[in-house]
Design a protein around this ligand. Structure first.
Ligand code: KG4
Ligand code: ZN
Length: 344
């Protein structure tokens, strides 16, 4: 089955073609393209929803044409369209949803709406590395920090989440305090290289509470005071900034990893997936590999390219849902707020 995936929920316009065998569950990415709007939004310090919608509108149709020609396929070869229907920015979602619906109607191809987070949860499957059920996924992006118990395709139980800021948001806001551009996660990660992660004392929020929830707004505030105590950003040397970035990265990663391990142990699911943009962070991946091995937990990490937003994961999620017998609903809409727990 050849599936065209379309993703436009936030600030990346992404399209991909996945070719999967419904009998064996095996498949491969035939072609994929991503157009990032980061440069456009960077000057505003974050994503501007109206600008995002307009950029998707301009980028999407020519990207699909280019994708089909790269794959040497035509519309008549596409068996299924899969599109992110939510959660995300309403205007941005509407561009992808309207395009998918129109293309489906004109070319007589069924369209399956996909939950963006379900795409992230199943992303290890793109490299044939989806663990046995049940497994725990740590889903860490700019808007979400969730621990999800994945019982089977479509059966997701949120077992922990942030009570305030998401981990990516904490990286983005802390980066701004260090004078770094949006998105802050990769900026902090590259600035942190070789830094002293013990120099500034930053809190590990909620780490000692016996639950699976997170809180990152206090960490961001602690960074603000640490910068103030160091005499303000202008008084900080390159070494000071590097050490501060290392401390931010280390505090965030320690909480994320230790709570994820706790989730696996508590729910007796010794398999852990990480997903979402922050899962591209190499310090997080290294700490996770180390502590998971020490606790007898298998870790499954999608390629960093498939941790951040992409359309291959949307096409793959649709493939797995179709294998499961899910068929496209008669009625559906772009859904900016959509709980993962209501999918089955
Ligand atoms: O999943 P994603 O691409 O978009 C959504 O939010 O859905 O995640 C973007 C987030 C941003 O907050 C960005 O700063 C963070 O992921 N991020 C990183 C890294 N790459 C992206 N955070 C830490 N280290 C990275 N290498
Ligand atoms: Zn995402």
């Amino acid at each position: 089955m050849i599936i065209l995936g379309v993703e436009s929920s936030c600030d990346e316009t992404a399209v991909a073609i996945y070719d999967g065998d419904l009998n064996t569950g095996q498949g491969r990415i035939v072609a994929e393209q991503i157009a990032s709007q980061i440069e456009t939004h960077a000057k505003f310090g974050g994503v501007v929803p109206e600008v995002a919608s307009r950029e998707h509108l301009m980028a999407l149709p020519p990207m699909v044409d280019a994708l089909l020609s790269e794959a040497a396929l035509s519309w008549s070869d596409i068996d299924q369209i899969a599109v992110t229907a939510g959660p995300g920015l309403l205007g941005a979602l509407l561009v992808g949803a309207s395009y998918a619906r129109a293309a489906g109607m004109v070319n007589d191809i069924p369209v399956l709406p996909v939950h963006h987070m379900e795409g992230h949860l199943l992303a290890p499957g793109l490299s044939g590395d989806l663990p046995a059920f049940p497994f725990v996924t740590l889903l860490v992006s700019g808007g979400h920090t969730l621990l999800v118990l994945v019982k089977s395709i479509g059966q997701y139980e949120v077992i922990g989440q942030t009570l305030d800021d998401a981990a990516g948001e904490c990286f983005d806001k802390s980066a701004r305090l260090l004078g770094l551009p949006y998105p802050g996660g990769p900026e902090i990660a590259s600035m942190a290289a070789g830094g002293d992660a013990t120099r500034f004392k930053l809190p590990r929020p909620m780490l000692n509470r016996d639950n699976l929830d997170f809180s990152f707004s206090g960490l961001k505030t602690a960074v603000m005071y640490a910068v103030k105590n160091a005499g303000g950003l202008s008084a900080m040397s390159a070494t000071d900034r590097r050490d501060m970035a290392a401390c931010i990265e280390s505090a965030t990663c320690e909480v994320l990893v230790k709570k994820s391990i706790r989730a696996c142990l508590k729910r007796e699911a010794p398999r852990l997936v990480i997903a979402g943009g922050v899962a591209a962070n190499s310090a997080l991946r290294a700490l996770l590999a180390e502590l998971a091995a020490a606790n007898g937990i298998e870790v499954h990490m999608p390629h960093p390219r498939h941790c951040t937003d992409n359309a291959a994961m949307i096409a793959y999620a649709a493939f797995r849902k179709i294998m499961q017998g899910v068929s496209p609903p008669e009625e559906w809409d772009a859904t900016p707020r959509w709980s993962l727990s209501n999918l089955s």
